[in-house]
Design a protein around this ligand. Structure first.
Ligand code: ZN
Length: 289
């Protein structure tokens, strides 16, 4: 585990390669005996080419060829890149909460908010392989037509407004309250602080809207919810999603879906990266490609 360098993409590649080499060394595995590596990265990205389109939290990751550059830094070892939430979904379906499921959605509620959509046993990729950015599903807008549609709403990091992430992600909740960690917002709300309670209730409503949308549009059998905030605050994350679905989604898909906690915890992206690399290398990766 290392800090993400803040001085550019070259440093990030160096840190990733150093970390991978150290891990291989500790495991007694020379690099030339490995057949592939997996790399989970923030998106949107193209998993086929390993190109990260934009990752605002990593300096220098704009249209950055992460896969090819990392492969080069690891003496030509094939590197399979995918979005962190896609890797998490691969792990949860392989050995976690979604084992055996063909129609389901992975949602992570953490510092950010994201997910992946699996439909008919295949990961939904879209026309240019960026599908599944459900954190940027718009769930709110200003109803008063005399005002701007985004008035009173926190701008999202993606440039839009009303995104689920802008209301329910830990970073955004902490920013809205003026602290560093969303845990402080939940603690203040539990003490009865009105401003914190408002932020928590808005987050719950955003998650409920997101859940209703996912159920009505995708008809999943399962919504697996992971991430640090979902783990620590299930009554503020999973419960409002369940209530929203029960109260407002169409009856048939609402009856067919369960909202459950993720099973694999903080290592889910790493596990998924290993599974993903193995499956793609061996040509068995069709279901998630
Ligand atoms: Zn957004």
């Amino acid at each position: 585990v290392r800090r993400t360098p803040r001085d550019g993409a070259d440093s990030v590649i160096r840190a990733l390669a150093d970390s991978a080499r150290a891990t291989a060394r500790d495991a007694g595995l020379p690099l030339h005996e490995l057949v592939a590596a997996g790399c989970a990265a923030p998106g949107p990205l193209d998993h086929r080419t390993g190109l990260v389109h934009e990752a605002p939290n990593i300096v220098g990751f704009i249209e950055f060829p992460l896969g090819p550059r990392l492969s080069e830094a690891l003496d030509g070892l094939p590197v399979f890149v995918d979005r962190d939430t896609a890797m998490a979904a691969i792990a949860e379906v392989a050995i976690g909460a979604a084992h055996g499921q063909r129609d389901w959605v992975y949602v992570t509620v953490s510092t950010g908010l994201g997910g992946s959509i699996v439909s008919g046993g295949r990961m939904l990729r879209g026309a240019t392989n960026t599908a599944g950015e459900i954190g940027h599903w718009p769930v709110a807008f200003q109803l008063d037509p005399s005002r701007d549609a985004g008035a009173d709403l926190q701008r999202c990091g993606c440039g839009s407004f009303g995104c689920a992430e802008s209301l329910a992600a830990g970073r955004n909740m902490a920013d809205a309250y003026g602290v560093n960690d969303a845990a402080e917002v939940y603690a203040a709300a539990a003490r009865g602080d009105e401003r914190a309670s408002t932020i928590v209730i808005r987050a719950e409503r955003a998650l409920a809207n997101l859940a209703v949308g996912l159920v009505n549009v995708l008809n999943p059998a399962l919504i697996v919810v992971g991430g640090s905030i979902a783990e620590r605050q299930p009554s503020h994350v999973l419960e409002p999603m369940r209530r929203g679905i029960a109260d407002r989604a169409f009856r048939v898909p609402a009856a067919a879906v369960r909202v459950v906690p993720a099973a694999l915890g903080g290592d889910v992206g790493m596990l998924g990266a290993a599974f993903g690399a193995r499956e793609r290398l061996s040509g068995r990766g069709e279901w998630f490609l």
